[in-house]
Design a protein around this ligand. Structure first.
Ligand code: THG
Length: 368
């Protein structure tokens, strides 16, 4: 490509930015109006560390939308499709958000800090504006802010060892999505058992951005014995694992049932929630599209920069959102949203990848 992208102040820098530059980051993307590292120049090593060792990722762009005040719980319940009635302080959960049409507008991890304080750890869309407006329109006594919180992910099979070295063996007992507040010699953290991979790990939610470089260096030092290295949310692993990427696999009309998130929609939630009526109707009428995995024929795919049409008999029957070559499977894999009437045994599917058409077959997600 013959253009450059400019680093300008309207896109925020993560507090780990300088540490990632020092560690050799090669490219950035923009997520929640903030730069996020994409790679450090050695994709094979980064993938290998995630699957067989341990990697550290600057995911400060997973911004927190804080709901605080007497009505925080009510607002949280109203915003998400999931019933939070049984959630307790210290618990996190995957909690999709929909608009009034039942379309997904974000798929955050929700953390319940107390009965009057919740964080939505958001994917890439502007939820603070939405939450603030809804709280005001409903006259709720709650403040909606973006606190100074910057997650640093430690992912991979050796992540528990690194975290234990840093914070103590108690971290090994944390349940998935649960968290604990702690401090690392004065650096205030929330330690969460989470992360955007299926290889296991933690996210350190740093509560003071001025300590970011210090935290980065401490994690790096504790991970040295385990050959920790820098990385970034890994598209190959996440596609193999079937993890949803909000801005990628979801379009303006995607509803949770189409993309396997129906299990996080509690339609009968008594307090009501945004999108409830629309989602009841969608559930009743059935979905028109479904998310599937695809195997793509031919040489190794170059990851696509745009959605690609899925064709059958020259008719568009879906869109492929993301394709990669999977080292674990030794073949090209992809995620697509296709017409619900097309079964896994459909023949004659092609994906128009721009430069070429590839034969495709359908499979269930996840791949691995
Ligand atoms: N961590 C934090 N914030 C985040 C993400 C994260 N915000 C943005 C984005 N990632 C939110 N999206 C997801 C998508 C999937 C998962 C987590 C966040 C995930 N899903 C598991 C799955 O689908 O198998 C587990 C779901 C479950 O069992 O409830 O982990 O990564 N802080």
């Amino acid at each position: 490509m013959s253009f450059r992208m400019s680093v300008s102040p309207n896109v925020r820098k993560s507090p780990y930015f300088d540490a990632t530059v020092a560690d050799g980051v090669k490219s950035f993307a923009v997520y929640n109006h903030m730069y996020i590292p994409v790679d450090f120049g050695d994709p094979d090593a980064e993938y290998d560390r995630l699957l067989n060792g341990v990697a550290m990722w600057d995911v400060a762009c997973e911004r927190q939308v804080e709901l605080a005040g007497p009505d925080a719980g009510m607002l949280a319940q109203y915003l998400t499709t999931r019933d939070l009635a049984n959630a307790v302080p210290g618990q996190g959960m995957y909690a999709p958000l929909c608009d009034y049409d039942g379309h997904l507008i974000n798929d955050p991890v929700l953390l319940k800090l107390s009965t009057s304080q919740y964080w939505l750890s958001i994917a890439d869309s502007d939820i603070a504006l939405w939450a603030k407006a809804i709280a005001a329109e409903r006259g709720l006594n709650v403040s909606v802010t973006e606190p100074d919180v910057s997650p640093l992910a430690v992912q991979g099979p050796r992540a528990p060892d690194v975290m234990a070295e840093l914070l103590g063996d108690w971290v090994r007992e944390l349940k998935y999505f649960w968290f604990k507040e702690t401090d690392l010699e004065g650096i205030r953290l929330l330690v969460v058992r989470s992360g955007w991979s299926k290889q296991g790990g933690f996210e350190l939610f740093l509560r003071d951005g001025t300590r970011a470089i210090d935290l980065w260096n401490r994690v790096k030092a504790a991970g040295k014995r385990y050959a920790i290295g820098p990385g970034a949310p890994n598209d190959v692993e996440r596609i193999e694992s079937g993890l949803l990427s909000y801005g990628t696999d979801v379009d303006a009309d995607t509803n949770p049932y189409e993309v396997g998130l129906g299990k996080y929609v509690d339609l009968e939630k008594t307090e009501g929630f945004i999108g409830q009526a629309a989602l009841k109707k969608i559930k009743r009428e059935g979905i028109r599209r479904r998310q599937v995995g695809l195997f793509l024929a031919g040489e190794r795919v170059v990851p696509n920069a745009h959605p690609c049409p899925v064709l059958r008999h020259d008719e568009v029957v879906g869109m492929m959102s993301a394709a990669v070559f999977s080292p674990r499977l030794g073949r090209n894999i992809a995620i697509a949203l296709i017409h619900a009437g097309i079964g896994n045994d459909a023949l004659g599917l092609l994906v128009d990848c721009g430069d070429c058409r590839r034969a495709a077959t359908i499979t269930d997600l996840p791949f691995c």
